[in-house]
Design a protein around this ligand. Structure first.
Ligand SMILES: [Zn+2]
Length: 102
């Protein structure tokens, strides 16, 4: 979806300052059976609003394409969960050490 108005001020005057052409959607990895098919790509361009100065992408990939069922968020959540468990174990170890030393 092409940017029609600024996300902040609703202005519609933009200046492009970084155009990286077209690129596949983030985290869209191709499975082996899909290697012979053309890869869908989207514009990747950063523009600045001439009215308020905020930078934003000139094109937004539809969320249903970015966040499919196998989106890496699930993997990220596993990592967060492991990190929280590690932090809890470290806290328990620290408290145990403090109790032993007193
Ligand atoms: Zn703006």
């Amino acid at each position: 979806m092409n940017l029609k108005s600024c996300r902040i001020c609703k202005g519609n005057n933009f200046s492009s300052y970084l155009n990286l052409g077209h690129t596949p959607a983030a985290d869209s990895f191709i499975r082996k059976q899909g290697l012979s098919q053309p890869e869908v790509q989207y514009p990747l361009e950063v523009v600045m609003c001439d009215d308020c100065g905020i930078s934003q992408l000139s094109y937004t990939v539809p969320p249903d394409i970015l966040y499919q069922q196998d989106y890496l968020l699930q993997q990220s959540m596993k990592t967060v969960s492991v990190n929280l468990e590690l932090q809890a174990l470290q806290q328990i170890l620290l408290q145990t050490q403090q109790q032993i030393s007193h």
